[in-house]
Design a protein around this ligand. Structure first.
Ligand SMILES: [Zn+2]
Length: 260
């Protein structure tokens, strides 16, 4: 059977799995039900080499049983291991779509598509397990918690997710609604930035309305464009950094100076 046909065959199952994850979203480091479900699915596929890590994370290995590359064998090199990684957490957002598979967890929603990511890796795992005689080397499945908050990848790496067997390549993926269905965007190296918070205080100087040249207006310095970005933000499409900010009005008045 062609690979495309195999994928078509498991499509109804993929929809079911994705909708189940979507109905029970869990925030970072609370993905207990999600983890248990993944474990269940992997066991059903006959994948039993599963390790719990980083509180709610999981890693599992599919060992290819195909003929090894002769050169690799002769040189005594260990088999190549490719990891497929999915994130697991949802966001603290209330879902209002009203679909029958909408979120059942108040104030939580898979709004970033991690329900799809887990389903994609589970689908790949299902087919790769079925095809384990057709490839050599290992496929490591990584389900990483807390992508949206603190935790996630770091504790998994510290707990050895990239060793035993040693991982040579990692394929991560994120849904991108800006691409057409069927289109895939690829970037080697870093792809998405993590966020850092920077707080700036802008202080103006009060003056009489008739003498604006004697005051300092803090507003233009913190002014945003129509999209909420500071005017000076230089992020380019395709760069790994995005700059966004909030402008907080401070109504405290001090003698001789105030910020608006
Ligand atoms: Zn995301």
């Amino acid at each position: 059977m062609q690979l495309n046909e195999k994928i078509k065959k498991i499509e109804p199952w993929l929809v079911e799995v994705r909708r189940d994850f979507h109905q029970y979203p869990e925030l970072g480091m609370e993905e207990y039900r999600t983890r248990d479900k993944i474990e269940e699915y992997l066991s059903e596929m006959g994948i039993h080499d599963i390790k719990r890590m980083a509180n709610t994370g999981l890693a599992a290995v599919i060992e290819g049983k195909g003929q090894r590359d002769e050169q690799e064998d002769l040189q005594g090199r260990s088999p190549t291991t490719v990891a497929l990684r999915a994130d697991m957490d949802a966001l603290p957002i209330q879902e209002v779509e009203g679909r029958e598979y909408g979120s059942k967890n108040t104030g939580k929603m898979h709004a970033c598509g991690h329900d799809a990511h887990m389903t994609i890796v589970l689908g790949a795992a299902k087919l790769l397990k079925e095809m384990e005689r057709e490839f050599a080397g290992n496929v490591k499945l990584i389900f990483q918690p807390a992508e949206e908050s603190f935790g996630g990848a770091k504790p998994m790496i510290e707990e050895g997710v990239l060793e035993n067997p040693h991982v040579n390549y990692v394929l991560g993926l994120h849904v991108a609604p800006e691409l057409e269905v069927g289109e895939v965007g690829i970037k080697y190296g870093q792809m998405n930035a993590s966020s850092d918070t920077l707080t700036l205080s802008l202080k103006g100087k009060s003056c009489h309305g008739a003498y604006p040249h004697e005051g300092v207006d803090a507003i233009p310095a913190g002014r945003t464009d129509d999209y909420g970005n500071p005017k000076h933000c230089q992020s380019q499409p395709g760069s790994t950094g995005v700059c966004s900010h909030q402008f907080w009005k401070d109504s405290r008045r001090k003698s001789g100076e105030y910020s608006r």
